[in-house]
Design a protein around this ligand. Structure first.
Ligand code: PLP
Length: 386
């Protein structure tokens, strides 16, 4: 009889696993072999070779990831940026254009600014949260619309239903970077997206010990993207596949804990007299709170906030906390804290930062798996000296 896998928690553990298990191994073994003996394959892309992303460790992960988002297919690559760049250069080429949300993940923004001009790929930036102006950004050369589920560092929630509908209406490919939500909180294929992208480095792996990327979505597009990937060569090594695979199994329990803990921390901060503003989609004060409630199964583990005394107080706060580690990245078991103006968004001119609302004193927090009470006690103590 077929295994019952209706719940995403069952799929996290069992989807894509070899059946029967290889040599009875309960955990997927690592196939650390660059190449595999011929089995009568006739085309180059059917040969099994690590760079072609089709060894047993890749295949098991692809099946699991596709099952998690209820999509047709998936592909893992060497990093989140490998996933973003390979996807975009597959769907758009020279003299073609992409519509993209403003305030993108820094690496994606820099890719578009620094590399796309040489490839003659045009970008038209749009307000992801508000579909009213999208029509004007559309050109006959536009091939795709690119948004993020929850933006960094202001936690804006794009009009995701409108993005998928706009793509359908105008023959574009809809792409969403779903890193911040993870498949636990949002599954883009269920809302009509063609492709979903993840930095597997973050929640999917969840342990801050590898860099990986994933693309999940339509099988025809995933196949094309894998062709491009095999030319550019950014494949994921089997050992990193194994770690990602292992991390994914606990995604459900991690993400739900982080959803609950971040919500509690957000409420605590919002009520504190020294805090001027908190950006978290789970707070009723968030401009897209209603949209987030309708679309998401949880509001995620990421939030940002500002102290009343601005930059100097922000630095004192970060110096004063003892649990969160001051480091970039996010989505791991340990809480991480950064000031985006000096880290992820330092490349953005100050005037531009100000315009999009990233003030120098803004603090970003990735809530880990520590006891929520300890985090709140740590923040209470640090705020006393702010
Ligand atoms: C980190 C991140 C990326 C890039 O991922 P890497 O694994 O660092 O290459 C892309 N998008 C978002 C939203 C991210 O947070």
């Amino acid at each position: 009889m077929e295994k019952i896998m209706r719940g995403i928690d069952t799929r996290l553990i069992h989807a894509g696993e070899p059946d029967p298990p290889i040599e009875g191994a309960v955990a997927m073994p690592i196939f650390q072999s660059s190449t595999f003996a011929y089995r009568g394959e006739t085309s180059y892309h059917a040969l099994r070779y690590i760079r072609l992303n089709n060894t047993p460790n890749h295949v098991a992960l692809h099946r699991k990831l596709a099952a998690l988002e209820g999509a047709e297919a998936a592909l893992v690559l060497a990093s989140g940026m490998a996933a973003v760049s390979t996807t975009l250069i597959t769907v758009a080429g020279a003299d073609e254009r992409v519509m993209a949300q403003e305030c993108l993940y820094g690496g994606t923004h820099d890719l578009m600014r620094d590399e796309f001009p040489r490839m003659k790929i045009g970008v038209d930036f749009i307000d992801g949260a508000n579909a009213a102006g999208w029509r004007e950004a559309l050109t006959p050369q536009t091939r795709a619309i690119y948004v993020e589920t929850i933006s960094n560092p202001l936690m804006q929630v794009a009009d995701l239903r409108a993005a998928a509908a706009f793509a359908r209406a105008h023959g574009l490919i809809s792409i969403v970077d779903n890193t911040f939500a993870s498949p636990i909180n949002f599954r883009p294929a269920e809302h009509g997206f063609d492709l979903s992208i993840h930095s597997g480095t973050k929640y999917l792996n969840g342990h801050s010990d590898i860099v990986a990327g994933a693309i999940i979505g339509r099988a025809d597009l995933i196949e094309k993207i894998n062709r491009t990937a095999s030319h550019f060569g950014g494949s994921l090594d089997p050992h990193a596949c194994f770690l990602l695979h292992r991390g994914i199994k606990t995604l459900g329990v991690r993400m739900r804990y982080q959803n609950a803990s971040a919500l509690e921390v957000a409420h605590f901060l919002a009520a504190h007299p020294k805090i001027a503003a908190v950006n978290y989609p789970g707070l009723p004060s968030h401009p897209e709170h209603q949209r987030a409630r309708e679309l998401f199964d949880g509001f995620g583990g990421m939030l940002s906030f500002e102290l009343r005394d601005g930059l100097a107080a922000a630095d004192r706060f970060i110096d004063g906390v003892t649990i969160p580690i001051s480091a970039p990245s996010l989505g791991g078991v340990e809480s991480l804290i950064t000031r985006p103006a000096t880290t992820s968004h330092s490349g953005m001119p100050p005037a531009e930062r100000e315009r999009v609302g990233i003030r120098d004193g803004l603090i970003r927090l990735s809530v880990g798996l520590e006891a929520t009470g300890d985090l709140i006690e740590d923040f209470t103590r640090s705020l006393e000296s702010c």
